[in-house]
Design a binder for this molecule. Structure first.
Ligand SMILES: [Zn+2]
Ligand SMILES: [Zn+2]
Length: 264
């Protein structure tokens, strides 16, 4: 690094650290990469919501919201008329702005599964969306999330889900950011992590097993790889919020040691 560049001035550009910088969204402190989508000037929308409500919803700007829990459809980020990414331009929020018409309220949207729609509803509820208060409250009551702030519950679900749904080890394990190593849409990742957390700790351990199998090393090394980012994230959480997660990781590591001792 250039010695003349103050380290702090680089932080806003540096996406490697999941804790810095933060963005505030509806008063929740989220990792800065939560708004990556908006920074790229792209836009994603639910065509049916646009038609019914006539406005752009703030949650669509979040990197981890990729489905509409009301209409159970994936958000659309390309104009069906010109096939270009939807940008912040055009005559009104419901139009792409291209010469081909581009009525975004008519854009075809792919259906998502009930689990994927529900997982997105849970996250929107945690953010404070009054339509999904019940879903959000239900998630907060799950064992690993006692004493955890809403934003941290969301972080855990996103981080775990992206790794659980990946088909190869991600470059930034347990990372929040969308740095090109994400293969699945967030609604799929969220459904995956929520299912794991609802079956705590067995479901969590099963996902760790799946991730560990992607590493072509011995059990001990692979176990370290898939758990150390989680512990590093959970350790500094205030009010002991990460305790249950760390406990579950500890149990998992102990089982791995026994497994390793038995293998030839
Ligand atoms: Zn919708
Ligand atoms: Zn267009």
């Amino acid at each position: 690094m250039e010695a003349s560049v103050p380290f702090k001035s680089l932080l806003p550009l540096w996406r490697g650290d999941p804790h810095s910088p933060f963005v505030l969204f509806w008063n929740h402190e989220l990792p800065g990469s939560a708004l990556d989508f908006g920074l790229q000037e792209g836009r994603k929308v639910c065509p049916e919501c646009l038609a019914e409500r006539g406005r752009h919803l703030a949650v669509w700007d979040l990197s981890f919201i990729s489905a509409c829990p009301v209409h159970r459809k994936a958000l659309v980020d390309k104009c069906h008329a010109c096939e270009n990414p939807i940008k912040w331009k055009g005559n009104g929020l419901a139009w792409c702005g291209c010469r081909k018409g581009g009525d975004l309220t008519k854009a075809p949207a792919a259906p998502v599964t009930p689990e994927q729609a529900n997982a997105t509803a849970c996250v929107q509820g945690l953010l404070g969306d009054p339509q999904f208060t019940e879903e959000g409250t239900g998630v907060l009551a799950l064992p690993p999330f006692r004493n955890m702030a809403h934003a941290q519950v969301i972080e855990f679900l996103v981080r775990l889900g992206l790794d659980a749904a990946a088909t190869r080890p991600r470059r930034y394990f347990f990372g929040f950011e969308n740095m090109g190593d994400v293969e699945v849409p967030p609604h799929e990742a969220l459904a995956r992590s929520l299912a794991a957390v609802r079956n705590w700790p067995a479901g969590f351990h099963a996902e760790l097993d799946n991730m560990r199998r992607l590493h072509l090393t011995d059990v001990t090394t692979a176990t370290q790889k898939v758990t150390k980012g989680i512990v590093r994230w959970a350790t500094p959480l205030p009010n002991g919020g990460g305790w249950a997660i760390k406990q579950a990781v500890k149990d998992y590591r102990r089982a791995a040691r026994e497994l390793d001792a038995r293998s030839p």
